[in-house]
Design a protein around this ligand. Structure first.
Ligand SMILES: NC(=O)c1ccc[n+]([C@@H]2O[C@H](COP(=O)([O-])OP(=O)(O)OC[C@H]3O[C@@H](n4cnc5c(N)ncnc54)[C@H](O)[C@@H]3O)[C@@H](O)[C@H]2O)c1
Length: 260
């Protein structure tokens, strides 16, 4: 008989979380550890990974810390070659240069692409190859509501958040027969270092809070239900899709509440 209570159990699985040093990646690593996974915490910032490991241990979990630079395939291979098996990949690192399209320089364009698009691609390519060989794996990449809707100053970031969805769909399509699933999560607005510039400006912060149906920002922990779901057998028939964790941002217009 199907064991419903084991659907979210990650015991015996190894999860690689790249971006585990901050924000959503850190919360994801802690959550995966709490559900039993052995969590490899990887980030440019190795010290921050060690902090995350302590939080994982506080929740009864276990894992390891690893320095990695997602922008270099050599760094990816050096960091990950010694790991015999990765069952779950969570990829969060991304940057945003908030500038109008007409003022974005070639260098700024390349910088955002190098991490958000090419880095995500190279990381997925490496990890998915091993998963396909072992005929098991779940890949989770962080997109954004900006993959659907933009505002001034989000052009290149938004393009990458849309672009990673298409890469993830292609991977899902190519590796479905090999038992590998690949999905994106699209957050709304989450209080992390990435959004510090907005959080520091009350008008901007409050406008974003009011846009979604829930009328507030999210905490990083609120992203992790979707991460554990997509990582686990609870989502065994889910691939090539986008899970929105956006507090209703995409559902409502949000400009005005009519007097009813
Ligand atoms: N915070 C939000 O409101 C929000 C909204 C929508 C989507 N997202 C998406 O969620 C994801 C996570 O965002 P966050 O807010 O947790 O970001 P964050 O800035 O808090 O964390 C990013 C982490 O990635 C690491 N990193 C940066 N460059 C790296 C590299 N080259 N190699 C390895 N690690 C590197 C950083 O050291 C940091 O620990 C991003 O993809 C972002 O686009 C966030």
């Amino acid at each position: 008989m199907f064991d419903y209570k084991k659907m979210f159990d990650l015991t015996g699985r190894t999860a690689l979380v790249v971006g585990a040093g901050s924000g959503i990646g850190q919360a994801s690593a802690i959550a995966l550890g709490a559900f039993g996974a052995n969590v490899i915490c990887a980030d440019l910032n190795l010290d921050a990974c060690h902090d995350t490991l302590k939080y994982i241990a506080d929740q009864g979990g276990h894992g390891a810390a690893l320095a990695i630079d997602m922008r270099a395939s050599v760094s990816i291979a050096e960091a990950l070659d010694p790991i015999p098996q990765i069952d779950i990949l969570v990829s969060t690192p991304s940057i945003n240069v908030r500038k109008p399209m007409l003022r974005i320089t070639d260098e700024e364009f390349d910088k955002v692409m190098a991490l958000n698009m090419k880095g995500t691609f190279m990381l997925m390519r490496y990890v998915a190859a091993g998963m396909a060989t072992r005929k098991r794996g779940s890949i989770i990449v962080f997109s954004s509501i900006r993959g659907d809707v933009v505002e001034p100053g989000q052009g290149i970031y938004a393009a990458t958040k849309s672009g990673v969805r298409q890469m993830v769909k292609a991977l899902a399509s190519e590796l479905g027969g090999s038992g590998v699933r690949a999905n994106c999560i699209a957050p709304g607005v989450v209080e992390t270092p990435l959004t510090a510039q907005i959080q520091n400006q009350p008008e901007w912060y409050n406008a974003y809070a009011a846009k979604g149906a829930l009328g507030r920002w999210a905490q990083p922990e609120e992203m992790t239900g979707a991460v554990v779901y997509l990582a686990s057998d609870a989502s065994s028939y889910v691939t090539g899709t986008v899970v929105y964790v956006d507090g209703g941002w995409m559902a409502q217009d949000g400009r005005f509440t009519p007097p009813l």
